[in-house]
Write a protein that binds this ligand. Structure first.
Ligand SMILES: *Cc1c(COP(=O)(O)O)cnc(C)c1O
Length: 756
């Protein structure tokens, strides 16, 4: 479509002159134009197609991204500007689809983008949550939650006529299919297929995000991961998961049969990727459906094993789902006999009880079922896969060494560079041409410029501009002023003890004491946080409270506020990430080694010219390898040390607290007069007791190393900005490996074998 045609169509759809249009008018018209244009790129599928099933797709706003991928962005931008409007204003109109929680859902979204861009046939399958995750409010120094309605009358999910019967607790429901077009960059269009019930009733939401958890017909897809701290919430998760995978499995079989499969040959038509354990019931469900169609149990098991592959995302025991068999009896009685038969097969294969599907307490282990009855189990970064093979899933690895493989995560550069950092994109294109947009490994060509002072100064100016843009956005959104001349150090990710926002917190307290005793920092810093805490995760909320309290304390103290400004971004989501990441100088990736499977935030920051301050965890290890130790700040225990400490069971937080006056001083400050004057005693006392009494994620042993390394980074930044810029350029030039295009090529080569 030429710019002229685009303008004509826009005017037609809006039914008035473009100067008279509201952003809302333009948004609705562009939604239509993008959907029509995407439909032009739908291609027939011959041979095997991928179905990526995931409880989350954290897709972010789609308009700009789709316009970029369809090659319409620049024209739309010009047309808007000719009529007194801006792209930014237009983007404000679009609500962010709230279909995910964190990295796992964002990965699924990046994968869909890469599949379409690489011209591979691959759809997503998930749920159409009405409110998705909650909206985070930070009033009064505490997180509270409210519903995040993103489904206005105009959104990307198009209703279809297709419905599938799903039996939940013995009652029939109709799952309706909605589709969001996924447009590749100069590529094909695939679909994100989302299921929902017509009977959902938003009006049953009461105070905050609470609702009647038992009224399935009305509540089933209201929220992503409803609070699972009680039985009704846990049960609801099983309901949600079964709705997703049963409708999904029927959809897959229907498509494959339409394309000519006789189901015996299903593996020639379909590859199914199970993203974490939320979709695991698809295995027994497919077996059940195949049996219904006359295929013998044994053959059905073999077919399903051939079709399915499983991605593990965690070694946190509490995050590996297991359900009481009685729950499954209630919600999905039709699956229980099949799961029991699968468990019997496992018992015939081995007498190792640790790999059973159903354990001695009648708990059903979803990951165990995945590993036995799929043909591939992958981890998401090299270190993570090694830990799976050597410790967490070692018994499985001994049984099926051939099933285990690594697929290091990646991110789509269309959103995390081209869309979120247009200035840097133009700069790179100017230096090395546009090839990197299609082939990220071309970023290596930037290596030629690492000693070019003019180039480095330009790069510094771009960072400065992005910091100013972030400051403006923050001022508008939260009425907070930040100093773009300070070093921006950012930790944005879900709030979790293993990610260790509390380590950052202790550092900030430590610096407070240093300033008070006359040891001034080498540069002023702005410490930015963005994080939501799961609604029932008390300690995570305590950490947020401590940060907000400390932030106010610093603001009220001119001696400290000259040097440190703590900023907490309210309601961290993809839109916020797109503003924060280009503005970052120092990327905080400080999880306890062995606990962060991969991380993808680390890759986004690197790509946008931040240096990483991190532990040897997840993909940080591969980032360090790529850029070299001079261009990253690594600190802390190794994963082996951590694993050994857990195995020995001899870590005592209290000993560390007593032995180190700096640690003691920082922890005690949490419940000091100064803090209690501003904050809530209950939260601060609880957090303090946790840190010096238990500290399950070993914050204290890494404390001193973190302080030293972080202060080194700040000193380097202050002492030699040009050299800092040189090292950020090296990071950008080495980021190509972390493109999700590379990840998807590997999945395709090793696991899926899709036809183009
Ligand atoms: C990338 C991303 C994440 C994942 O961040 P990690 O640091 O890898 O945990 C979470 N939330 C949003 C909004 C993201 O864009």
């Amino acid at each position: 479509m030429t710019k002229c045609e685009l303008k004509k169509k826009l005017t037609e759809l809006c039914q008035k002159e473009l100067t008279d249009c509201t952003y809302e008018d333009l948004y609705i018209a562009l939604l239509q134009i993008v959907n029509d244009e995407s439909a032009q790129h739908i291609q027939p599928v011959n041979g095997r197609k991928l179905y990526y099933i995931s409880a989350e797709f954290l897709i972010g706003k789609l308009l700009s991204n789709n316009l970029i991928n369809l090659g319409l962005y620049d024209d739309v931008k010009e047309i808007l500007e000719e009529n007194g409007k801006t792209m930014g204003g237009l983007e404000e109109t679009e609500p962010e689809p709230s279909l995910g929680n964190g990295g796992l859902g964002r990965l699924a979204a990046c994968f869909l983008d890469s599949l379409a861009t690489l011209n591979l046939p691959g759809d997503g399958i998930g749920l159409r949550y009405h409110c998705g995750l909650f909206h985070q409010n930070l009033k009064g120094g505490l997180q509270s939650e409210s519903p995040d309605f993103w489904l206005g009358s105009h959104n990307w999910a198009q209703k279809t006529e297709k419905t599938y019967p799903v039996s939940l607790a013995g009652k029939e429901y109709e799952a309706r299919l909605y589709q969001i077009a996924v447009t590749g960059y100069n590529g094909r269009t695939n679909q994100l297929n989302l299921f929902d019930l017509d009977t959902i009733d938003d009006s049953i939401i009461a105070e905050g995000i609470s609702f009647d958890k038992t009224d399935i017909a009305k509540n089933l897809t209201l929220f992503l991961y409803p609070d699972d701290s009680d039985d009704a919430g846990r049960m609801l998760r099983i309901y949600q998961q079964y709705l997703m995978i049963s409708a999904g499995a029927q959809f897959i079989l229907e498509e494959c049969m339409e394309r000519g499969s006789n189901l015996h040959d299903l593996a020639d038509y379909a590859a199914i990727q199970i993203n974490d354990t939320h979709p695991s019931m698809v295995i027994p469900e497919l077996i059940r459906l195949l049996e219904e169609k006359g295929i013998e149990f044994k053959e059905a098991v073999a077919i399903v094993t051939d079709v399915c592959a499983y991605t593990n995302h965690t070694i946190l025991a509490e995050a590996l789902e297991k359900w009481p068999e009685t729950y499954l009896e209630t919600v999905v009685p039709q699956l229980v006999p099949i799961i029991k038969k699968l468990d019997t097969i496992v018992q015939e294969r081995t007498d190792d009880k640790s790999v059973a599907i159903i354990d001695e307490y009648q708990q059903v282990h979803m990951a165990n079922m995945d590993i036995h009855f799929s043909h591939s189990t992958n981890g998401v970064a090299a270190l993570h896969t090694e830990i799976l093979k050597n410790s967490e899933l070692n018994h499985f690895y001994n049984l099926y060494p051939e099933k285990f493989n690594n697929k290091t995560n990646g991110i789509t550069f269309r959103r995390w560079l081209i869309k979120c950092n247009p200035e840097l994109t133009a700069f790179i294109e100017n230096l090395i041409g546009p090839g990197f947009k299609q082939d990220a490994s071309e970023l290596e060509k930037l290596a030629r410029f690492v000693d070019d002072e003019k180039v480095l100064r330009e790069l510094m100016q771009i960072k400065k501009d992005n910091k100013i843009a972030f400051a403006k956005w923050l001022q508008q959104k939260q009425d907070i002023q930040v100093n773009p001349d300070s070093l921006f150090t950012i930790q944005s990710k879900r709030l979790h003890e293993y990610k260790r926002q509390q380590l950052n917190l202790l550092y900030l307290i430590h610096q407070y004491f240093e300033i008070k005793s006359g040891h001034l920092p080498t540069a002023p810093i702005t410490a930015v946080f963005g994080a939501k805490a799961a609604p029932a995760y008390t300690l995570a909320k305590d950490i947020i409270h401590a940060l907000l309290t400390l932030s106010r304390l610093f603001e009220n103290d001119p001696e400290v506020s000259r040097w440190i400004h703590i900023v907490f971004i309210e309601n961290y989501n993809v839109t916020a990430a797109e503003m924060m990441i280009p503005a970052c100088d120092l990327s905080e990736q400080i999880s306890l080694a062995s606990k962060e499977a991969s991380g993808t935030g680390n890759m986004k920051f690197m790509l946008n010219g931040a240096l990483t301050l991190g532990t040897m965890d997840g993909a940080n290890v591969e980032i360090a390898e790529a850029v070299g130790n001079d261009n990253i700040y690594i600190f802390g225990q190794s994963s082996n040390q951590v694993i050994r400490r857990y195995a020995n069971g001899d870590y005592s937080a209290h000993e560390w607290y007593e032995a180190d006056p700096n640690i003691k001083r920082a922890i005690d400050f949490l419940t000091s007069e100064e803090m209690l004057n501003i904050g809530q005693e209950e939260n601060l006392v609880r957090l303090r007791n946790e840190l010096c009494g238990k500290d399950w994620f070993q914050t204290l042993p890494d404390f001193n190393a973190y302080v030293v390394r972080k202060n080194q980074a700040i000193a380097d930044y202050a002492a030699n900005p040009l050299d800092w810029a040189r090292r950020t350029l090296i990071n950008i030039s080495k980021a190509g490996f972390f493109s999700s295009d590379r990840t998807i090529e590997e999945y395709n080569q090793d696991i899926w074998h899709l036809s183009k």
